[in-house]
Design a protein around this ligand. Structure first.
Ligand code: BMA
Length: 842
């Protein structure tokens, strides 16, 4: 018998614009935007407002073509398939001039038996991509009755095609409307049988062992005697093995893993991974096909049980309920071919470094690259996985062809991803239940429940229940599972998207009134740091209200950022200060929310802020910008997501501060809690310490400080409460509480003091020492309180172990700074800049 042969069609292809001059040599996998850019046929679409003059790319038809050699032996196989792992999107496929198929879904895997069309020697393959944008415009006109007006964000029309929804723009995204062969293309020739899919299930019911079920489905050309061989390896050692002969097109086997090493989310344990190899052998012992999957031994469930507040919403791993901490993930580059395995790895490392354990893969993007899921498996980042339906509003769910198409897509993707340890939940869509589904949808923007339910309650749920039953399905985010479903964001059950802060201008404190069970979205915008802004602006654009800064802002506008900023802080003294200060405000907003929700555990068991990353340089809710630079929020998240956290809740009217200790650890831990009350010059007014024991997975109010005497003697806006929690094996948790905050328009007489009265230079002293591996230890000491102290290197990027932290007088703090390129100690001294809040307005 013959082995399977796989011939790649990746590599160089020629491309051509059907009605224009542009042509050249492109790369598969890739897309037209990237190819035009690499061949200098278009300017950088991220620079200034270049994007606007590049819409012709999305409006054009493009074709890709190449020749390839077919050896005689390839055609001697029973079947020769052309496999397309990703065609974006409306493509007509021809081989040797013959039309093979038309495709309309970038998320599906297409396979066509082209043995009869191929010939020995040179063959030609051609793909023509018609304009998805034009197609959507026509569909839009048909459905809405009028033309879609051009706008920065054209996402409402994207629903008509199964293509990355944010590719037509989003409220943080550039519109490219690209096309191309975005994933691998191969010829697969086989005889007798090949592996169609492998489903690995885990039974953890007997203590000290895990039973793996390995079900293999085959694609067979004849009914033959075959054998299936499955082996499981851990750390390079074989730990289980089984081989059986069979006849037919599927085979299930079980294997016992003794002494299983369990997989845990980040900070809750290790992430051991096992390799499961399935081989299918012919009667003569020849291996016909092999599949290797890397798995983690664990169970993950969404636990929903009735409780005193309604119904729980918490993830359980290996039977242990844990607090989900993290953010929402969007496509990490608007020009996808630029995304390398290293960039994925770095972003997931950054996720783990901020003490996160979950990402929500948001439904307006793409089913991600393997590199994303592999890094999440390796680093313990659970994935709440939306199916790719991102737009809040009308979807053509009533169209039966569309339903067939998305069913095939869901099957392809669930089969592809179900072995990953990181997958924690499948979710039907983003925000469709949030006011856009109704009993009788009278306007073109909305849809009927009658059309919605068959897709999100039945079709997608069934795919998950049949193909990945060990993981739960959730119809939408947010979703209210009881009572009136249209009444989204019910605080007693389900998940919530809380946008009153930012969208409705509510103050940050309003987060503290939310008692939802799981907060899967909430966010606050900031601007990227100067280096990033310089990359897309000319000096004349460097004003927060310039056309170009506005152009790189797709939400309400930079005035919303400024509005909040001026509520908290003094007017910034430069453009650069505005950028930095916007990040501090953002960090503060999300800190308010996340600390509060962690303190509410176990009523609330998860907080995923919007959003972790960017797809181009833009003002957005992200905590890491397009170039991978951490914003203040990301550093602050590392602290407010730390497994052991101290935090304070101030009561301005009564002059009290509650001190809380929150633990996500699996074991109790004893530590020392210290607090110091100072004035704004750092003079100690009161201090104390006590031993505390933090119980696992709990929040505990440890102390309430009564500070009315001090607030009488000193102004409220002049008091600071510094907290510090030290426990063996855990990084020290530090926090600061104060009574200052912005005035609310309806409470102008309330006793809320507006600002911390910091006006003097803290004069932070800096000592630098090499720390090995190109890193430096930077020790900072101050004479006066220094808030939001941040370190930056002139012209060079750097990562810090901490940044945007508060410094108390005479308490030195050491951070490790790792520059992106090697620096001598002298160069480090020259380039290091240390600044703090007062530098933004003085
Ligand atoms: C949510 C998301 C996104 C959006 C974000 C910011 O509603 O689901 O669609 O980008 O808010 O507005």
């Amino acid at each position: 018998m013959k082995r399977m042969e796989v011939l790649t069609l990746n590599g160089n292809w020629s491309y051509q614009r059907s009605d224009g001059n542009e042509s050249g040599t492109g790369t598969v996998p890739g897309d037209i935007y990237h190819d035009l850019l690499c061949n200098d046929q278009i300017p950088d679409p991220f620079y200034r407002d270049n994007e606007e003059s590049l819409l012709w790319i999305a409006e054009s038809e493009w074709s890709y073509e190449r020749n390839f050699d077919v050896p005689t032996e390839l055609l001697e196989h029973d079947r020769v398939l052309l496999r397309c792992d990703g065609l974006d999107t409306l493509a007509t496929l021809r081989v040797n001039g013959e039309v093979i198929a038309s495709t309309n879904n970038m998320f599906r895997f297409y396979e066509f038996d082209i043995k009869e069309v191929l010939k020995v020697g040179e063959n030609t393959i051609q793909l023509t991509f018609s304009s998805a944008l034009k197609y959507c415009n026509e569909k839009y006109r048909e459905h809405w009755g009028w033309d879609h007006k051009a706008s920065k964000n054209m996402s409402t029309r994207a629903v008509f095609v199964r293509k990355e929804q944010c590719n037509f723009g989003w409220d943080w995204g550039i519109k490219t409307g690209t096309c191309g062969i975005w994933r691998d293309m191969t010829l697969v020739a086989f005889n007798t049988a090949r592996i169609e899919s492998v489903h690995i299930t885990q039974d953890h019911t007997s203590p000290g062992q895990v039973t793996l079920g390995v079900a293999t489905d085959l694609d067979t050309t004849v009914d033959a005697s075959l054998s299936a061989r499955v082996s499981v390896a851990f750390d390079g050692e074989l730990v289980a093995h089984v081989e059986q002969s069979f006849q037919g097109s599927s085979k299930s086997l079980t294997l016992l893993i003794e002494n299983p090493q369990l997989w845990w989310p980040n900070n809750l344990g290790e992430q051991p991974l096992y390799h499961v190899t399935v081989e299918i052998l012919g009667a003569d012992g020849v291996v016909l096909d092999t599949s290797v999957k890397r798995i983690g031994l664990r169970t993950i469930r969404l636990d929903r049980h009735p409780d005193e507040w309604g119904e729980s919403f918490q993830f359980e791993v290996n039977g242990h309920a844990f607090f989900a901490k993290g953010a929402n993930w969007i496509p990490a580059d608007a020009i996808k071919p630029r995304l390398t395995r290293e960039r994925y790895r770095t972003l997931i490392e950054d996720t783990a470094a901020a003490n996160m354990n979950m990402l929500r893969l948001w439904g307006g993007g793409i089913y991600e690259d393997d590199a994303f899921y592999e890094a999440c498996d390796e680093l313990g980042i659970c994935v709440w996985h939306d199916f790719m339906f991102g737009h809040m509003g009308y979807h053509p769910s009533e169209d039966l062809e569309y339903r067939k198409n998305i069913k095939a897509e869901a099957i392809d993707q669930v089969k592809r991803l179900r072995h990953h340890a990181c997958i924690a939940l499948w979710c039907g869509n983003n925000e469709q239940e949030q006011g856009s589904v109704m009993e009788v949808a009278t306007r073109p923007m909305f849809q009927n429940w009658e059309d919605y339910c068959p897709v999100y309650d039945v079709l997608l749920r069934k795919v998950v229940e049949e193909l990945h039953p060990e993981i739960d399905y959730w119809p939408s985010s947010p979703h209210t599972p009881h009572g009136d479903r249209s009444n989204f964001n019910d605080p007693t059950c389900g998940d919530a998207h809380l946008w009153e802060v930012w969208n409705k201008r509510e103050p940050f404190e309003s987060y503290r009134t939310c008692e939802h069970r799981f907060n899967s979205e909430f966010g606050f915008q900031s601007l990227p740091e100067p280096k990033t802004v310089y990359s897309f602006t000319e000096p004349k654009d460097r004003n927060i209200a310039s056309h170009i800064m506005d152009y790189h802002q797709r939400s309400f506008g930079n005035d919303r950022i400024m509005e909040y900023l001026l509520g908290w802080f003094q007017a910034p003294n430069s453009f650069e200060s505005t950028l930095w200060l916007s990040q501090m405000v953002q960090g503060l907003a999300i800190k308010y929310a996340c600390e509060h929700w962690r303190r509410m555990m176990p009523r609330g068991m998860g907080t995923l802020y919007w959003q972790i990353n960017d797809c181009w340089p833009v003002a957005s809710w992200s905590s890491i910008d397009y170039y991978g630079r951490w914003k203040a929020l990301h550093y602050m998240a590392k602290n407010f997501f730390a497994p052991l956290m101290v935090s304070g809740v101030e009561d301005v009217e009564n002059s009290t501060v509650e001190i809380h200790v929150t633990s996500d650890l699996r074991d109790p831990v004893a530590g020392t809690l210290k607090w110091v009350v100072t004035d704004v010059d750092g003079n100690v007014l009161e201090e104390s310490e006590r031993e505390v024991t933090a119980a696992p997975c709990q929040n505990c109010k440890v102390e309430t400080l009564e500070l009315s005497e001090l607030t009488e003697a000193h102004e409220k806006r002049g008091l600071m409460v510094w907290m510090e929690l030290e426990a063996p094996g855990q990084p020290t948790s530090r926090n600061l509480a104060f009574f200052a905050s912005p005035l609310k328009w309806d409470e102008v007489t309330a006793p809320r003091p507006r600002l911390l009265d910091l006006n003097l230079e803290p004069n932070v002293e800096v000592a630098i020492a090499p720390a090995g591996d190109g890193a430096f230890q930077v020790t900072l000491t101050t004479k006066r309180p220094a808030l939001w102290v941040w370190l930056e290197l002139d012209e060079i990027d750097a990562k810090c172990s901490d940044n945007f932290f508060h410094l108390r007088p005479d308490v030195p703090l050491t951070v490790v700074v790792t520059p992106a390129s090697e620096l001598s100690a002298d160069e480090m001294t020259d380039r290091l800049m240390v600044r703090s809040l007062v530098d933004t307005y003085r």
